[in-house]
Write a protein that binds this ligand. Structure first.
Ligand code: BDR
Ligand code: CA
Length: 315
């Protein structure tokens, strides 16, 4: 069975990504590594511990780096608080876990997991790429040993969501993202090109509320907060973007998307810092290590998403 690591800045859609992974019998979620973004890393790992407890699978959680290597600290943006709530999970309340984070660092856990599981390991980052870049700097050989990276971030054919150029996860640490993109690690980019097509509405969350279980109520409360925020920030969409769960969906079943093989880079200087773009110095390189999702089977993904999470939350 495929082993999966999720690297999360546990906000609302990250929490839905955990739920999708735990509802997927094809993969074993062997660990969650925490990063910063929607929340501080401390809050993110607290959320991951509590959610995995609530969903009945107490997955080990490892704390990652708390800010990018080009900054001294990290402060949550007002817009992130608006979209994900102060606690990152739509201000829904769930009991704190009695477990603590693991003593091993996230970066060392990632490296050890690659050494142990090799090609059977899929790593799914749904926040800034700070932890993965640090792991690659410490143990560069893991790029050839890992199975696959399926990352949520970036935009190739559409505008960004924090600026015209830049998507939120990449904008937090463009240098780390550029390092990962150029490293040669096999990676699939699940960007705004496809994640803004996979939308969830109150009709969907009502299904979870109707389950009348602690997990169903939590998922509905948390996600309704997120849908409401999207009504203000992106009313034209008619729902909230399932960014992070789509990355998990593709890690489980790559046929959910169609992809373009292209070597990518990230602008790290000037006005377009944070932009994900094809690397024109490697356009004719016969070896392409990145795939960018450019099409998605929306109906099939939504069916899988709802089916898997509803089954999980029923128990
Ligand atoms: C990404 O940014 C975060 O706010 C979400 O969790 C998602 O990973 C979307 O741009
Ligand atoms: Ca995220």
């Amino acid at each position: 069975m495929k082993k999966m690591i999720l690297d999360l800045d546990t906000g609302v859609d990250d929490a839905l990504a955990i739920s999708y992974a735990l509802g997927s019998p094809e993969v074993e979620l062997i660990g969650i590594t925490g990063t910063y973004g929607n929340v501080l890393v401390e809050q993110g790992v607290r959320n991951a511990l509590a959610i995995t407890d609530l969903l009945g699978t107490p997955v080990p959680v490892y704390k990652g780096l708390s800010h990018s290597s080009t900054t001294d600290s990290f402060k949550v943006l007002e817009i992130s608080e608006f979209i994900h709530g102060k606690n990152g999970i739509g201000d829904a309340e769930i009991p704190d876990s009695s477990r603590s984070v693991e003593t091993q660092s996230a970066v060392d856990f990632i490296i050890d997991a690659v050494k142990t599981y090799g090609k059977d390991l899929v790593y799914v980052p749904t926040g800034p790429l700070t932890n993965l870049a640090a792991a690659l700097k410490k143990a560069p050989e893991i790029k050839d040993e890992i199975g696959q990276v399926v990352l949520m971030g970036g935009a190739l054919t559409v505008q960004g969501n924090v600026s015209a150029w830049s998507e939120a996860n990449i904008s937090q640490d463009p240098d780390a993202a550029d390092y990962v993109f150029r490293s040669g690690i096999p990676a699939t980019m699940i960007g705004l090109d496809v994640t803004l097509q996979t939308l969830l509405t109150y009709k969907h969350t009502q299904t979870w509320r109707d389950l009348n279980t602690p997990a169903g109520t939590f998922l509905a409360d948390m996600t309704d907060y997120y849908i409401k925020a999207y009504e203000t920030t992106s009313p034209h969409l008619g729902g909230c973007g399932l960014h992070d769960p789509l990355a998990v969906g593709v890690a489980v079943d790559p046929t959910l998307v169609t992809t373009l093989d292209i070597n990518m880079q990230v602008d790290t200087e000037g006005a377009t810092r944070g932009r994900t773009i094809g690397d024109n110095t490697r356009l004719n390189d016969p070896v392409k290590t990145m795939k960018v999702a450019v099409g998605v089977d929306v109906d099939r993904f939504l069916d899988e998403f709802m089916g898997r999470i509803t089954r999980l939350a029923k128990e």
